[in-house]
Design a protein around this ligand. Structure first.
Ligand SMILES: [Zn+2]
Length: 582
């Protein structure tokens, strides 16, 4: 390398080290700096050692400077680099429209408590929460439980939903339950009837449908407000039975979408047949979605409605309501559908599956409920990162499990201890072992300070037995040389159904590399703890986990080497874990 090249390389390293230091409170680290240097100068890979030592030198120099000094140097010499870094940091959600028109950004997540939440709700929750947070605004939780007949809520779900939100770290600033708010809806029903902007329709549904498809008013539409109020009273006092009267909001009968024309706002549900889980048979007239939601958004001061584009028609309906009341419709952001491959996502399928016993519970690993993801060791942070990546774009998105797992792996890889789990164990008898072995393997390869797992092999007359996994049977051929990770290398003598016979070959890893020997994991026979791994398809993989697993903590994320990341679910005489991903 010429002197010039040398100086040039040193300058490059200095720039990268300074930027790394600025991003990490003044302390650069050798590995990430070296990584970036090699990315920019791939040919340096030929002399990595030399480059690494220069990087180490420069990093040391840089770390002696204060953060302030580091910043000044970068600003003076590479100001464009600072801008770049900033953009990278702020890449997240695009800004909300028309924020300055509102005193405060207010968003809401409004689930129906008729099921637990699943990944399909993540977008609504996280976008609403993040935007409120971004603008120092308010994020509300609103339970929409006004359909005790078809979308009947159940008491357990109010709490399960709260639990899910807390788990996602989306704490809400206020909570509303629609079944507590019937007086507000009644008051506004009377007001809109009095104003002549709604009517009580007593037509048979098919009669009304024919009229509305023909863009014609039904006979009820021209009743006077007083006549309507009399009918309203009949809805409330039980004169009209279920299905005999419905409050309709007047719209444009020529609206291109027939579903928008004079939409239903309140209807009767027989309180004896369909009592409400929270308020029992107290009410017989219940608001429909658009009426309750529209009124609530207004009174809660919601500035930005963030929801799926399947709600666009609802916006068209609610805009009539807002016009009648003289209110201003909030900003509405409609994002595309989120499709998730290979998961039972629809509420009805989940509820039905649980009812008939296809799924064990709300956290059955086959489901994409938050409860199931939690149990498998998927972190809320991974879900948040995934959703922020997707953002509020209007195109439909197919959510990939691979991306979710990649985010989760990044989060748990640095914190998960490593252990051996031998699936479907088969005995390996090794002979001619020249000595006893006492090996220690780090709990985490990059963090020796975490400590070690210890294994002892004490051969009797040169013989010892180990469990290895039947999954590795394909590499056991007579004569094959294989390395037991961190232990020794052996040569296969014979492969039987329940036994592999082998002889000690050599000790060192270098030797194994020379032969290109595959590395496998192992557990000494007579040690370890029985272990079951519950897989995402609800199947169970049985085997033995190493001794150190007897001291795992519940909920801990660990990595079974050569197997995958799992979450500790229960631990007594047997260890049960749930599989997260590879
Ligand atoms: Zn009618």
């Amino acid at each position: 390398m010429t002197l010039d090249e040398n100086t040039e390389l040193r300058e490059l390293i200095r720039r990268i080290a300074l930027l790394n230091a600025i991003s990490y409170e003044g302390k650069a680290e050798v590995q990430p700096v070296l990584g970036k240097v090699l990315a920019e100068r791939p040919h340096q890979k030929e002399n990595v050692k030399q480059t690494a030592s220069v990087v180490a030198e420069v990093v040391e120099e840089v770390n002696k400077l204060s953060l302030e000094q580091q910043r000044k140097i970068v600003q003076a010499r590479w100001p464009e680099a600072l801008v770049e870094e900033k953009v990278e940091e702020e890449r997240g959600l695009p800004p909300l429209p028309n924020v300055d028109k509102y005193e405060e950004v207010v968003t809401r997540f409004a689930p129906n408590p008729d099921c637990v939440l699943h990944l399909g709700s993540a977008r609504a929750i996280i976008l609403c929460y993040k935007y409120a947070d971004m603008y120092d605004g308010l994020f509300y939780l609103r339970f929409e439980d006004t359909d005790p007949r078809l979308k009947r809520s159940a008491l357990q779900f109010y709490d399960l939903i709260r639990e899910d939100l807390r788990w996602l770290d989306c704490e809400w600033d206020g909570e509303f339950i629609q079944s507590d708010r019937l007086p507000i809806y009644y008051e506004h029903a009377e007001r809109i009837l009095t104003d002549g902007n709604a009517y009580v329709c007593t037509c048979r549904p098919d009669e009304f449908r024919d009229k509305v498809l023909a863009k014609e008013p039904c006979a009820c539409r021209d009743l006077t407000p007083d006549e309507n109020l009399v009918r309203w009273e009949r809805m409330l006092d039980g004169t009209y039975k279920e299905g005999e009267g419905v409050v309709r909001v007047k719209t444009d009968l020529n609206h291109p979408n027939p579903a928008v024309r004079d939409w239903p706002a309140l209807r009767i549900i027989d309180p004896q047949q369909h009592p409400h889980p929270r308020v029992g048979n107290k009410y017989r007239v219940w608001p429909l979605y658009n009426f309750a939601c529209g009124i609530d958004d207004h009174f809660m001061g919601v500035s930005h409605i963030i929801r799926g584009k399947e709600h666009l028609t609802n916006q068209r309906r609610q805009e009539y309501l807002y016009k009648h009341f003289g209110w201003k419709y909030p900003e509405a952001i409609h994002y595309g559908r989120l499709k998730i491959k290979g998961a039972a996502l629809s509420k009805s399928k989940i509820v039905e599956g649980i009812r008939i016993g296809t799924f064990r519970d709300w956290d059955d690993p086959r489901l994409a409920t938050f409860a199931a993801l939690r149990r498998r060791g998927i972190t809320p942070e991974a879900i948040r990162r995934l959703i922020v990546d997707i953002g509020p774009k209007t195109a439909d998105v197919v959510l990939s499990w691979k991306n979710l797992y990649a985010h989760n792996r990044k989060i748990i890889d640095p914190i998960a201890n490593r252990h051996f789990f031998v699936h479907d164990p088969i005995r390996l008898n090794a002979e001619r072992i020249p000595q006893a072995f006492s090996v220690r393997i780090p709990l985490h390869p990059d963090q020796p300070e975490r400590g070690f797992r210890h294994f002892k092999i004490e051969p009797k007359e040169g013989k010892a037995s180990l469990w290895v996994s039947s999954d590795d049977l394909k590499i056991f051929e007579k004569g094959a040389k294989i390395r037991l990770m961190e232990l020794f290398n052996f040569k296969v003598q014979s492969v039987g159904e329940a036994l592999i016979e082998a002889v000690f070959h050599s000790r060192s890893y270098e030797e194994a590399r020379r032969f290109g020997a595959p590395l496998i994991h192992w557990i000494p026979v007579d040690t370890g703890i029985p272990c079951e791994v519950v897989m995402p398809d609800a199947s169970v993989m049985k085997g033995v986990a190493e001794d150190a697993c007897k001291k795992l903590r519940l909920d801990e994320a660990i990595q079974f080497e050569r197997f995958g990341f799992v979450r500790v679910d229960s631990l007594d005489e047997k260890l049960t874990v749930y599989f997260a991903h590879r």
